[in-house]
Design a protein around this ligand. Sequence first.
Ligand code: BDR
Ligand code: CA
Length: 311
Amino acid sequence: MVRPKVILDVDTGHDDAAAIMMAGRSDALDLAAITVVSGNQSLDKTLRNTLNVCSELGIDAPIYAGMDRPLIEAPRHAPRIHGESGLDGPVFGPCSCVAESAHAVDFLIKAARSAQAGTYTLVPTGPLTNVAMALRLAPDLAGRLAGIVLMGGSAGRGNVTPSAEFNILADPEAAAIVFSSGARVTMIGLDVTTTLVLDDERLARYRSLPSRAARLFGASMERYMAACRAYLGEFPAMHDPACVAYVSDPEAFGVAECRVDVELSGSLTRGRTVVDLAGVTRKAPNARVALTVDAARFWAMLESALRRYPD
Ligand code: BDR
Ligand code: CA
């Protein structure tokens, strides 16, 4: 079987780091490159975190820095959850990775255009600024990508406002561009990611595995768990790794083809992904929305990903 070639587009905080771990040594997909965007923290910090994670784990995918702010609004970060560094918790040694000189948006366009159509699956796990810029500069990308499997949005509740999820609220205009681009979009939103909740017992088991990724996972998730419990009153959800799990094993998810539009103007609902589950708008579907996930299959994938790294 040909493994899908994946480009991760990250704003590396704790769960983005876990997504990189899952993709870095996967036998189900080939991690071709990583692009970085401002989100959980400023771009310099999310880039540093990405370089550190890849250096620590020996992941040699090229890394490209992208947009340092949303299309229109001022940047919105998440320091309460991810800390001042964007990845508080782990202590990294000297970093052996450096970013490529090309801009992430230029790279995305060049990569998609220079390969056969359908080669790359783009997996954004942060605000959609890089992806929207690439689609605006090169609308043909929509048809050249195998798909866009994004972490963001919700058919139900939000996690920053009652309506909006962080990645969409951080750049709603970019999200609107992506959903209306004509690309094959799969939305992995809070409807499924909040069912993938890490508890103390599982964290203790994973962090004791003889693997450097398991140790990094343990150090970062301990901090993430403390923040999620303190500020959200919840155990932490594995938002971003769920996208990697979807690309690796789509059958583990239940999806519905729906029309998704992004609320841009509501004073209470800006950033909401309005998911037409009942088909009442009669608009053609523009996304596959994940509504269920087989949690046992997800955890098995995550554990075997962590085990693939040396001690
Ligand atoms: C999303 O927001 C970020 O803080 C996480 O990394 C994840 O991508 C969840 O709403
Ligand atoms: Ca993220």
